[in-house]
Design a protein around this ligand. Sequence first.
Ligand code: MG
Ligand code: ZN
Length: 361
Amino acid sequence: MKIRIILGLLICINIWVEPITAWPGKSKKPKKVVFLIGDGMGLTQITGAMANYKGRNAFERFKIIGFSKTASSDNYVTDSGAGATVFSIGKKTFNGAIGVDSARGEKEGLFEKLKTKRWGTGVVATSSVTHATPASFYAHVSSRQSQDEIAEFLITDNCDIAIGGGKQFFTSRKDKRNLFKELHEKGFTTIADTVLKTVDAKKLIYTLADNGMKTMQDGRGEYLLNATLLAQQNLQKYYGNYFLMVEGSQIDWGGHDNNFEYMKAELLDFNQVINEVLDAAIKDGNTLVIVTADHECGGLSLLENKDNKLTFKPHFASEGHSGVMVPVFAYGPGAEQFAGIYDNTAIYYKLLKLLSLNEKL
Ligand code: MG
Ligand code: ZN
């Protein structure tokens, strides 16, 4: 009898649970994509940083969640070059690669494809704009170390807006070229400053540090949020349809330093950006928001704290990355495609389909 009641209840629950795959938006294809990468942001980073947070938890606002398997072509534990190149070209590649496949062949990236459809493209980061993650979206080189060379790819016109650090790779180069001058001649507004100001520009390279940006603990303030809003404003005004990559670059650096508080401050900053991007996407109705990571960093675990059992002890197993799956959060038209467990390559193919782009073989 008891078993029958339980079975009956289970059937009822099954019927009553509404599918979360439906998205009540106007169109099925997004007109804008904001692709947010928390570098080195695994589940334990999110759990640990958000544990006692009193504000809005952006991650808990998503209903559609997946997991991405992050191995690269030559290492179960990926680096950020291979980890972001896979989003841009859809191929697993070797660690250190930027926008090239495992045979070192230059593959047409998402930004190049989008430019053929006149979409606006942009990257915003708290690292240098030429650092592995943003670079993977617009450059094609076999080594992430070649940041002088990576900067030259911004002249090729497939990235309309880049905001972050990295001034030295434009103006203090080994070859003595002044890339700001060259970019200016190509129609870019180029700015090197220490604080972000509003600027109206169709094409914009804005650097705010010689290399990486300051940390949150050193007082970076609301730079990442303001840079994201500035990029969105200009991409909206001049292109209408756009793809913006926003990176919380230093969540990873906190992991490499095995510094939980550094990681946490960077993740909370990223959380605020996700909240604002989501608010705007909900209002807009045509924006697909994806939040994911290239890999976990530090092998972080949250262990029992014997002194205070209601909290935890952060423990890093490594100063490098780890090979654990990372979460993918999605909202907006097409978001339901991102539920499930898949290889990181699948993210590219899902985007390709949703953006009606063709794979050039
Ligand atoms: Mg990065
Ligand atoms: Zn890293």
